[in-house]
Design a protein around this ligand. Sequence first.
Ligand code: HEC
Length: 98
Amino acid sequence: MRRNGLVWLAAAIALPAQAADPRQGAELYARHCSHCHGGDGRPVMPAAPDFSRPTALLKPDTTLLAAIRAGRGAMPAYQGLLRDRDILDIVAHLRTLR
Ligand code: HEC
């Protein structure tokens, strides 16, 4: 089991209705994000943040959701392409990459 497995398990027990699904997020990430952000979170595109670093993703989920919906710099907007639920699943996956 990954280092963060217990954290996700605890979150899933605490918030059954809202818990994001990092496994679902991993599939969506591979399809929509990995060509810029790298399969393991280490960026392919130089300007993209390194999600494998412990200092990455310090912002709360809702802030990251807003950034992904709106797009940022070279990153396209995902509003209308992905549901908020899907984006939150991806954010849950991103948090397992550190
Ligand atoms: C075309 C390349 C590209 C794609 C595709 C892409 N990104 Fe990005 N992403 C970037 C770049 C470049 C940045 C840095 C933007 C900046 O700060 O100028 C970034 C920034 C981010 C950030 C940091 C935002 C912040 O506020 O700190 C997150 C989180 C993120 N991307 C998630 C995703 C997710 C999730 C997907 C897939 C749904 C995705 N990105 C798809 C290039 C991309």
